[in-house]
Write a protein that binds this ligand. Structure first.
Ligand SMILES: Cc1cc2nc3c(=O)[nH]c(=O)nc-3n(C[C@H](O)[C@H](O)[C@H](O)COP(=O)(O)OP(=O)(O)OC[C@H]3O[C@@H](n4cnc5c(N)ncnc54)[C@H](O)[C@@H]3O)c2cc1C
Length: 431
């Protein structure tokens, strides 16, 4: 087992969560994993690749790195299923699956997360006909709070998969998961700029009339980029160079330089966007979905009933442009299919997800605090991995099966080995 002996520092991707655990343990197999869970200083919190913005991973006891449980273990080319280590980074998983003739039906913006971490927080892409990663789950193998290995299968214990499909690392340490994939495919990705008025007016159609679609609203521009993704039969074409990072630098520069000339900022960005050449290319599935995100940010994302999306977006834009001129990161607007997983923010609800971002070097508190009531008024459920201010009481009201999920959790972890103060606060566990 690889581990750091003395207290060491840990921080997440954006740097807004830090911890000094007494141990960071990286067990090599399930026997070592069981030993750590039984004997390491608690609380024991599991880390994927640390891309969550909420303190889900932070622990003053032990941080458990499951990077040793990675890779493609087996696959079935007829059923299009694959058994993979839960610690596998998505960027590795995509290549492994593609080599086996399989593809993930959908992906989010990046591939840096692990599959275990993506399942942990209900990570999602866009598309009203497409579920989040946890909807692909057929089987889970995990170590429970006593370090014992348990297996659950959708065939025989469907309710258990619904109970633990989105698990926040509080329902055991997953070592292996079986995923329902599809045959590898190509995607045609198109991007064009649209005036905000058109986005708000044709919101439903623009999001619904493609396999997958999303908007990036550019602050102080009155425009959004509309991205669509559809299955393509043709050959792969040249993937244009990524311009997101250069675009962000320009937006930040204009924000800072034109602080006292907001009208000029709007005119410059708006006219540049109106002239953006549409982009259109075909790539293998993961090449079309995934982007690089080098500029660090913090993020809040809420999942709203789909029909509340357009109105909420309009309100957020008005608020941001009236009171938060420092914001320059785009807003991201997506849709997600409803599902049956108890702690899924998409539980029995077709969803419109709206995300706001803030430069990681600047304090996001005032902006996020002002935006959150707009999300709350629409009965929004926050992304478990992104910043929010909710506690167990709120979640119990937002999730009809919350109490049932907590009973299952208690059975898997009766001594609360996986419960940190933060987990106690959001799950209502008394320690
Ligand atoms: C740049 C960036 C882009 C992002 N893009 C998207 C996006 O497009 N869509 C979206 O929905 N989210 C997105 N996110 C959020 C991100 O997908 C989630 O926060 C995700 O959980 C991070 O995965 P991770 O591997 O880093 O897990 P971590 O953040 O390390 O952990 C997340 C949770 O999973 C648990 N966990 C991890 N592994 C296991 C395991 N093996 N067994 C049990 N529990 C485990 C942890 O304990 C924790 O509770 C993005 C985040 C960043 C920083």
């Amino acid at each position: 087992m690889r581990e750091t002996a003395a207290a060491s520092n840990w921080s997440n991707w954006s740097g807004n969560v830090r911890a000094t655990p007494r141990r960071i343990a990286r067990p090599a197999d399930e026997a070592e994993l069981g030993d750590v869970i039984r004997s390491a200083p608690g609380p024991v919190r599991i880390v994927g690749s640390g891309h969550s913005f909420t303190p889900l991973v932070a622990s003053e006891g032990t941080i458990l790195d499951l990077g040793g449980f990675s890779g493609l273990k087996a696959h079935d080319s007829e059923r299009m299923t694959a058994i993979v280590g839960a610690g596998t980074p998505l960027g590795q998983l995509t290549h492994l699956l593609d080599s086996a003739g399989q593809g993930l039906p959908n992906m989010g913006d990046i591939d840096r997360q692990t599959i275990g971490g993506a399942l942990g927080t209900a990570t999602h892409g866009s598309g009203l006909g497409l579920g989040a990663y946890h909807t692909q789950l057929l089987k889970v193998r995990l170590a429970d709070g006593r370090g014992q290995i348990r297996e659950f299968s959708a065939d025989t214990q469907g309710e258990m998969i619904q109970a633990i499909g989105v698990n926040l690392g509080a329902f055991g340490a997953m070592t292996e998961v079986t995923l329902q994939n599809m045959a590898s495919y190509r995607l045609r990705r198109r991007r064009r700029a649209l005036p905000l008025a058109e986005v708000l007016q044709d919101f439903d159609t623009l999001l619904k009339s493609h396999r997958s679609a999303e908007f990036f609203f550019i602050p102080f521009s009155s425009h959004a980029l509309h991205l669509t993704y559809d299955i393509a039969e043709g050959p792969v074409s040249t993937h244009p160079p990524e311009q997101d990072e250069d675009g962000l630098k320009t937006l930040k520069m204009l924000r800072t330089a034109l602080k006292r000339l907001p009208w000029l900022r709007r005119r410059l960005i708006g006219s540049a966007l109106a002239k953006v050449e549409p982009e259109d290319f075909v790539d293998v599935w993961f090449g079309a979905y995934v982007s690089e995100r080098r500029t660090r940010f913090n993020e809040m994302e809420y999942h709203l009933p789909f029909e509340a999306g357009a109105k909420a977006l309009g309100e957020i834009v008005t608020l941001m442009e009236r009171a938060f001129p420092e914001v320059y990161f785009p807003l991201e607007i997506r849709s997600v299919r409803a599902d049956e997983t108890w702690l899924s923010p998409f539980y029995r609800r077709e969803t419109c997800s709206i995300a706001v971002h803030h430069d990681a070097a600047e304090d996001p508190t005032a902006f996020f605090r002002a935006v959150e009531p707009i999300f709350r008024r629409c009965d929004g459920r926050p992304h478990w991995g992104k910043m929010h201010s909710l506690t167990a009481q709120d979640f119990a009201a937002l999730y009809p099966r919350f109490k049932d999920a907590m009973e299952v959790r208690r059975d898997i972890d009766p001594e609360n080995r996986f419960i940190s103060p933060y987990l106690a606060k959001i799950l209502g566990v008394e320690t």
